[in-house]
Design a binder for this molecule. Structure first.
Ligand code: SF4
Length: 693
């Protein structure tokens, strides 16, 4: 690596949605010393194993250092002309919806903003979706149904101030480790604080909880509908609900049939455990319910989110310290992506597609051709590609050939697509191997911008290394292509600061408090010196969202929804339920974490976790190789026998790719089933066969 200067730079971790502040100090020998930033309010100096090892991931091995066209090195001008030309030709011949961008929660807000503006204001298509669809689309949809806006109401301090923290479908200890550390430190200070976990697996997060409910897969809705019934019967409804919430009666009526016996049947939980949970929730004022991918990555993910939010709205446990529903995002900038409209069904600055907002955003952008309807979500996007309807696609900073459900079909769709562009830091991802044009994107450490973490806190990522080779920031690459497509007047950007300022202006444009996302109060701040800050940042600062209602619905009231639990999932004979997820020390498809032996030592190869009784029944021995299959897709991985695993289900990590293990691509086995409201895939709920290899 090339050290720019031996000074310490304050930046933000590129991994999970906790968004820890980092101090990066390039050393004379080319290495970079990494430490937690004691002044950052997300982590106060703490880091987890992944953050601590960041300095070991900066080597140039594997880096894509120059543009490539069909495998040969090319000049930037040639590559950019080709991309702009092929996109323009496809649009002219087949219309705006024949092109697409598939981005990533790893992109910085400025990158995202420019990509979104290009597609939705100038190409005239909303076919820009991102891997955030796989991560938190159900939370977005649930928030919007309940609050009228995609608003995470609380902050990290609420977890520390709560008397009961309910983790639902969240292995916080591994997936948001520093937040977990903060939670445990709070419990050490206040031992009366209760922490409980609702998860089919007894994960590491269960170790330090007061109660673990090993729920049946997708039993969450029945659990929370039963809780709502209990709360209503216990007289826990509050003035808050009567003043600021609509739909209370309908939601409670829909829950009427869900007594303990029925919830027991739908969740597989012991009645005594259910009663304990319901009693704790009812008697505790300060409750935070933290939920993550076990909730979101489901065919009923949005209903799960609303079933949880219903319980907080009925009891008024929202908008005050130490309470609220709290979605923790997986990626470092999934929230920033949401803020600029980085999903196919969002326009910009938390605005949807309505005639009024299309007109407003179009006027602000001086758009040439506004998208007028939502575009294709990730699963539909690759299905449209497989059907030949997408003629040119640009993939930015993500690896859908590994991470999308039905990943073999996604690989085949990309192989058949006439023009595939990939911008990334490496050419060795499975998706980059299928690109016609490869563009070297500057990675973390070499570029500047902002990210937003799970508690709505915007932080700067700052460069501390000179760009390697000819790598360029994503916003620059997109701007150059936009100019070559003839949209130069609207893409004058020379720095990310200019883009951020435009984004901030748009957030306040004709807003007047009608939309939650407003950072117009940051205009005039020095971008380089920007301190971590929670939105909204209006002229008049907002201390706490929803303290006195003030929801972003037309009447200012929140919505409780009647939610019906789905039928209990019974896998077909001979099948097991496959649950996919993360391990502690790897990130996504290991582009960065795979570079350090220290992180790879935790789990050195892909595996499947299986209950010992299931293993005995299937004649699978400890540490033997196991074949998992669905249709024509299969993987072969190592068997880990563990009583942490629920009987009838198996767990396999999502990280391994064709690069690291030829048969480790677990998402090839995940069916492309999505939540009908959020279009988020059910990545935790596929039926597979499991047998010795
Ligand atoms: Fe990075 Fe998340 Fe670890 Fe913090 S908790 S250091 S943001 S991976």
């Amino acid at each position: 690596t090339q050290a720019a200067a031996a000074i310490t730079v304050r930046t933000t971790c590129p991994y999970c949605g906790v968004g820890c502040g980092i101090l990066a100090t390039p050393q004379a020998d080319g290495s970079v010393a990494i430490a937690g930033d004691p002044g950052h309010p997300a982590n106060f100096g703490r880091l987890c194993s992944k953050g601590t090892a960041l300095g070991e991931t900066l080597s140039l091995t594997d880096r894509l250092l120059r543009p490539r066209i069909e495998g040969r090195e090319a000049h930037w001008d040639e590559a950019l002309d080709l991309v702009a030309g092929r996109f323009r030709e496809a649009i002219q011949a087949f219309g705006p919806d024949s092109v697409a961008i598939y981005g990533s929660g790893q992109l910085l807000t400025e990158d995202y903003y420019v990509a979104n503006k290009l597609m939705k204001g100038f190409v005239g298509s909303a076919n820009i979706d991102t891997n955030s669809r796989l991560c938190m689309a159900s939370s977005v949809a649930g928030h919007k149904r309940a609050f009228g806006s995609d608003t995470v109401p609380g902050n990290y301090e609420d977890l520390e101030a709560a008397d009961l923290v309910v983790l639902v479908g969240s292995n916080l200890a591994w997936c948001h480790p520093v937040l977990h550390q903060r939670l445990l430190a709070a419990k050490a200070r206040r031992p009366q604080m209760r922490i409980m976990l609702i998860d089919p697996r007894r994960t590491v997060s269960a170790e330090l909880t007061d109660l673990h409910l090993p729920i049946q897969p997708d039993g969450d809705i029945a659990l929370f509908v039963g809780l709502l019934r209990h709360l209503a019967a216990a007289g826990a409804a509050t003035d808050f609900a009567s003043k600021y919430v609509v739909g209370t009666d309908g939601a409670v009526a829909a829950a009427a049939a869900w007594d303990i016996a029925r919830v027991t049947e739908a969740t597989g939980l012991a009645p005594t455990d259910l009663e304990t949970f319901y009693r704790w929730f009812a008697e505790t004022e300060r409750v935070v319910t933290v939920y993550s991918q076990g909730v979101n990555q489901s065919a009923t993910g949005t209903d799960k989110v609303n079933a949880i939010i219903n319980c907080h709205l009925l009891t008024g446990r929202i908008g005050r310290p130490g309470m609220g529903p709290f979605s923790v995002t997986g990626q470092p900038n999934a929230m920033g992506g949401r803020e600029v409209g980085g999903l196919a069904n969002m326009l910009a600055a938390h605005m949807d597609f309505s005639p009024e907002t299309i007109e407003r955003v179009g006027r602000f952008w001086k758009a040439e051709r506004m998208a007028e309807t939502p575009g294709l979500g990730a699963v539909d996007l690759f299905a449209a590609m497989a059907a030949g309807r997408i003629k040119a696609v640009w993939i930015m900073g993500t690896n859908p050939v590994v991470s999308m459900p039905d990943a073999d079909a996604v690989r085949d769709a990309l192989k058949a697509c006439p023009f595939v562009v990939v911008s990334d830091m490496t050419e060795r991802t499975d998706s980059a191997q299928l690109a016609h044009v490869l563009l070297p994107a500057a990675p973390w450490g070499e570029k500047d911008g902002t990210v937003t973490n799970s508690e709505r806190r915007i932080s700067r990522q700052r460069a501390f290394l000179a760009p390697a080779g000819q790598a360029k920031p994503d916003w620059w690459i997109i701007t150059q292509v936009a100019r070559r497509m003839g949209f130069g007047a609207a893409f004058p950007y020379e720095t990310p600061a200019e883009i951020f300022a435009e984004h901030a202006r748009l957030s306040g444009f004709e807003n007047e408090g009608r939309r939650d996302f407003d950072i117009s109060g940051l205009l005039g701040e020095n971008y380089d010196l920007l301190e971590p800050v929670q939105w909204p940042v209006r002229e008049k600062s907002v201390e706490r969202l929803f303290a006195d209602g003030g929801f972003y619905t037309p009447d200012g009231k929140a919505r409780m929804l009647p939610i019906e639990p789905p039928p209990v999932l019974n896998p077909a004979p001979g099948r097991m339920v496959l649950n996919t997820g993360r391990v502690r020390d790897h990130w996504h498809t290991m582009t960065r974490t795979g570079k350090t032996a220290r992180l790879s030592a935790h789990y050195a190869e892909p595996f499947v976790e299986i209950h010992p009784e299931d293993a005995r029944r299937l004649n699978i021995r400890k540490a033997s190789l196991v074949r998992l299959a669905r249709g024509d897709s299969e993987t072969v991985v190592r068997a880990l026998l563990s009583e942490r695993q629920r009987k009838g289900s198996v767990f396999a990590p999502m990280h391994w790719t064709g690069q690291f293990a030829s048969k480790g691509r677990i998402d090839a086995l995940v069916a492309a089933k999505v939540d009908p409201v959020s279009a988020q895939p059910a990545l935790k709920m596929s039926e597979v066969t499991v047998e010795p290899w």
